[in-house]
Design a protein around this ligand. Sequence first.
Ligand SMILES: [Ca+2]
Length: 422
Amino acid sequence: MIQKRSYLVAAIAAILHLLPQTSAANNSDRPNILFIIADDQSPFDLKTYDPNSSLETPTINRLSAEGMTFDAAHHMGSFSGAVCMPSRHMVMTGRTLWHLPKRADRKTKKVKGLSDDTPAPNNTKLNTLDATKYSMAAIFNNAGYDTMRTCKNGNSYEAANAQFTVRQDSTKRGGTEETGSAWHGKRVLEYLDTREASNDQDPFLIYFGFSHPHDTRDGTPELLRKYGATNHTDPNTLPRLNPETPAPALQTNYLPAHPFHHGQPGLRDEEKVSGVWKNRDEATIRNELGRQYACSENIDIQIDSVLKKLEAMGELDNTYIIYTADHGMAIGRHGLQGKQNLYEHTWRVPFIIKGTGIEAGALLETFTYSTFCPLSATSPASRNPKQSKESVSSPYSTEIRKLYAMSFSAPTAAARNPVCVP
Ligand SMILES: [Ca+2]
């Protein structure tokens, strides 16, 4: 299953080392960061990763053409069916799955008597972490950045989320401007308007998160029409495909059922997603793909609005833009529906970065995990001393590890736990 190798970790380091460090630059020289994260999106939905996809995302395509596309970014799996949770912890901390703060330590309070410098392999109380110091927004705050976040609520790392100085979180999975992705886009635009009005010259980190295309995939009427889909709500009937507006074709790896049980009886994503439930027939899957694409194109539209605003402000060229998702998604591939499996469509993620010093159109086949590295905010040592030589994807690593491991809570679908790659 895993064939890509981490030959090019050093290349990531080279990209990041192009960026100015805190002590050497004044605010006007320091780049802004726009970190965009979708919820539940397979990279193969995007033309960037599958040219045969019918999803139209011209803005994301342009980011890829003008920036660097990672062709083998993965999330590390999960200890439970809530894949979002560990993924977003990893994003917020730069830590691997093995070093995430355990459930009891997800608050800012540290475990008594346990040092942040205690090496993780010998630390039986894995893993304390002070989110007020060692999480994304905290690091950027301490480096003099203004930090803003919009995203869904829940299934995330609350102590880290709380470090953003401006926060507009709400779960928006509806099919209107107010209830869907446009809501998140408007929060970012408002924030930029405020900065513009006050002539704020501090660099910014914006965490631009979306609640879609995670189900329920209620697209806007016009985008649903475009992708031949309806917001199907009746579990007792199947959606009807409109022959005049074809829904997306089934994927080449679609199956009407998984060849063996996926390992988690009653799993929500495989049995309870509105519009799909346990159905795996062609009409259901193609309709759901149409809904997924409608939601994803809406995300692309919101990103375009924000990039246009940055351009109008004269900030676009000084902004690093990262596009990713917390994990992938099946939607019929291999007869599965959810994110709790270890196929490439699900544990790979889109990962694109654009900005000064990054070669346009570059493709990086590096095997990496999509942890977000704090560009320019501070030194890696002060960022997180425990992690600096342990992360397989760390751009600061000086050597490539010979063993990768990832996990899932059940022998779901494709592989057993753990998967090791020599
Ligand atoms: Ca998710």
